[in-house]
Design a protein around this ligand. Sequence first.
Ligand code: TYD
Ligand code: MG
Length: 454
Amino acid sequence: MARGKKTTVYFCQSCGYESSKWMGQCPGCGEWSTFVEESIEKKAVGKGRGSLAGEDLKAHKLSEIEMLDKGRMPTGFAELDRVLGGGIVPGSLVLVGGDPGIGKSTLLLQVCRNLAGSMEVLYISGEESLQQIKMRAQRIGQFAEGLWLFCETGMERIEQLVRRQKPQIVIIDSIQTIYSEEISSAPGSVSQVRETTARLLQIAKGMDITIFIVGHVTKEGVVAGPRVLEHMVDTVLYFEGDRHASYRILRGVKNRFGSTNEIGVFEMREAGLQEVENASEFMLNGKPKGASGSVVACSMEGTRPILVEIQALVCHSNFGIPRRTAAGTDLNRVNLLMAVLEKRAGLSLSSSDAYVNIAGGVRMNEPAIDLGIVMALASSFRNKVVDDKTICFGEVGLSGEVRAVNMAQQRVSEAKKLGFSTCILPKVCVPGLTDTQGIRIVGVGSIREAIQNG
Ligand code: TYD
Ligand code: MG
């Protein structure tokens, strides 16, 4: 391709897949109608950005590299620290994605507040004015002097300011509003989002600054989603939750410095986000007593067991094809479990509508909740209540067998802590339990057994 030539390419706004022609379905992520045209200027070859640390052309021996014990910095939120793998790693690039209005700006402004007393923090907003940020800050509380605000969308000016100010933490809110003059396409387009993130990566690694990037998730594909830049950053966190409910879940989906799948639970209050330490208690809040189709299951989210209420409603279908929905879990999984129930437990569900819901709007996909879904469906179908003080967990196989899951003891302990009196779990997990005092353990080998005991 000729140097400096302007070309038109098509990008998938969901995953960033690049193609020379428009396509209906993205071969990268399988989404439909996500391709948009963008004109990009191919950079002249040889003008690469060079090394991350800004050094000469030199390779290093592993033994020569000094281990700098930079340590992790606590964010002031234990829930966030856990998701980050134990605090902020200096010089890392962290992406915080989520739906608009979920609370990303609020969370990061609160992190700024926690850190401003001990270090220099620069909050760069491309979305809100200084007055708007001040208004939000007033809801959150008192701020120390170490927080600097800057409203800007030009990448070049942001870079200049960061190089001059040399803060330890930078927040970019949001990446979709930032543009680089070197690229002709609009802010929020795939090429802009990529270019500006690459520049931020340079700054983070070269100057040892931790940068938090906010990225909005958009369904319509008007702006490029955070998935486009997941591969460039060190850590990817998603902030999720039902906008109408007050709690929010911060989920780690990628972490170069810690384990993924950890979650942090927050509650949105009048004065900002509040950490929720006892997530299980919070999730079970409002569980109906003595209702059929409601069962408590246990899911491991990273290292933490969380109890959730699974609700199912099974009723006779008035149409030829029964209706099935699943909120908070995978519909295919629900369909599969219903087929297993029909074939292996003799429940004739094929002409019934079924609605499954994980109460509270959380998403849980761990196989260990299978048994909970099965018991909730059976309970609703038979209109037989499962005892309120019973929890269950276990993976269900196609033969109707209840299979082993990991960390059984942690789950039992969590149930005990919350005052449950019976735990239905896979039979094979029972010998591995070390502390079962005060709770009745019911080991089951098949869903038939589980339903009889429920
Ligand atoms: P926001 O952080 O602006 O969302 P995002 O940056 O992800 O788009 O969150 C906005 C919502 O949070 C808004 O609906 C108001 C609510 N909110 C509170 O309930 N309490 C508060 O103290 C604050 C600051 C916001
Ligand atoms: Mg915001």
